[in-house]
Design a protein around this ligand. Structure first.
Ligand SMILES: Nc1ncnc2c1ncn2[C@@H]1O[C@H](COP(=O)(O)OP(=O)(O)O)[C@@H](O)[C@H]1O
Ligand SMILES: [Mg+2]
Length: 323
């Protein structure tokens, strides 16, 4: 059996703050195989970005990993110096997080290509134009001389992708890459990601609050709630038979995904504070089928293609809404 590309085991991340310890990520375990696309889905504040930052070694202060491990090709991530910039690349909601406003697109790509591959200036410029063509930008040679402020959000996200690809990564972590874009452009970027994933055999972790975004693109999904992974599974199985009450609720609240009811129904209440999370299952206060056993939830129950952290995994948690 070959080791997964990236394996996260029982990861814990906390932020000590004046108001108390924020338990941003608790016991998160994930795996991504080469060439696979994993979606990480959950409401805002569920710990998706902090998990990604830990995987990238980019945790902002005062964040601290207090438990678990992150393995890259079977070895602790910390062992492989310089790996982050080479084999794991990232794009964010705001492409300007990876772009320099004072440099032309070409200069940024050329600098990265020369640094990583030791190319001559001339060869790097040719390669830069190829990368822009790969992310489906028209007139790539002309784009090289443009500055970020001359470009729209969708184009900038393509440029950020080209920059990420310049290092020839094995894994791309994309954190809400389409959240700031309008629907048409969002679909184009998701198509582009699917194409890159297929052509390059790139592994992708796609992070989003929107289940609709993972639907078309991901092989597997991890659903996060209050800093924990509450359910994982293959995408079709998870959409057809969501096991965790939270996943069921999320599906009911997402347009176009739940074919059992025409109506969209938001989950009542709000996620718990990560400073003082409730005892037991974090979803317990909002869960319609919670009982005393949920004060000590199971670590994980097996589902058809994954697992769910619920005693009653698979039971229908939400009554149908009368028409
Ligand atoms: N720099 C920080 N200082 C304190 N708390 C933080 C910091 N960054 C994130 N958090 C907390 O960690 C939790 C998870 O945040 P995040 O991973 O950004 O959520 P998501 O990406 O799922 O919306 C949130 O409660 C957030 O307030
Ligand atoms: Mg986030």
């Amino acid at each position: 059996m070959t080791a997964p590309l990236l394996a996260v085991r029982d990861l814990r991340v906390v932020f000590p703050t004046r108001a108390g310890l924020v338990r941003a990520v608790s016991d998160v375990s994930l795996e991504v195989a080469a060439g696979e696309t994993l979606g990480i889905v959950g409401e805002s504040g569920s710990g998706k970005s902090v998990s990604a930052q830990a995987m990238l070694g980019l945790l902002p202060l005062p964040g601290r990993v207090t438990g678990g491990e992150i393995l890259w090709r079977g070895r602790p991530l910390g062992d492989a110096a310089g790996l982050r910039g080479r084999e794991i690349a990232c794009v964010f909601q705001d492409p300007m997080q990876s772009l320099n406003p004072l440099m032309t697109i070409g200069a940024q790509l050329v600098e990265t290509l020369r640094h990583h591959h030791g190319l001559s200036r001339r060869a790097a410029r040719d390669r830069a134009a190829e990368l822009l063509a790969e992310v489906a930008l028209s007139a790539p040679a002309r784009r090289l001389d443009q500055y970020p402020h001359e470009l729209s959000g969708g184009i900038l996200q393509r440029v950020a992708l080209a920059l990420a690809l310049a290092c020839e990564p094995a894994l791309l972590i994309a954190d809400e890459p389409t959240t700031a874009l309008d629907v048409t452009v969002q679909a184009e970027i998701l198509d582009l990601l699917a194409g890159l994933q297929a052509r390059r055999g790139l592994a992708v972790i796609l992070i989003t609050h929107d289940l609709g975004v993972v639907a078309g693109l991901c092989h597997r999904v991890a659903v996060m709630y209050a800093g924990r992974v509450v359910e994982t599974g293959e995408i079709d199985a998870l959409f057809a038979n969501p096991a965790h009450p939270y996943t069921q609720g999320l599906l009911r609240a997402t347009p176009g995904l739940d074919n059992r009811t025409e109506r969209l129904v938001a989950i009542d209440g709000a996620p718990p504070s990560l400073r003082a999370p409730p005892a037991g299952c974090p979803f317990r206060p909002r869960c319609p089928i919670a009982d005393a056993a949920c004060l000590a939830p199971p670590p994980f129950a097996a589902t058809d293609t994954g697992r769910a952290a619920c005693w009653r995994a698979g039971a229908a948690a939400w009554a149908e809404v009368a028409p």
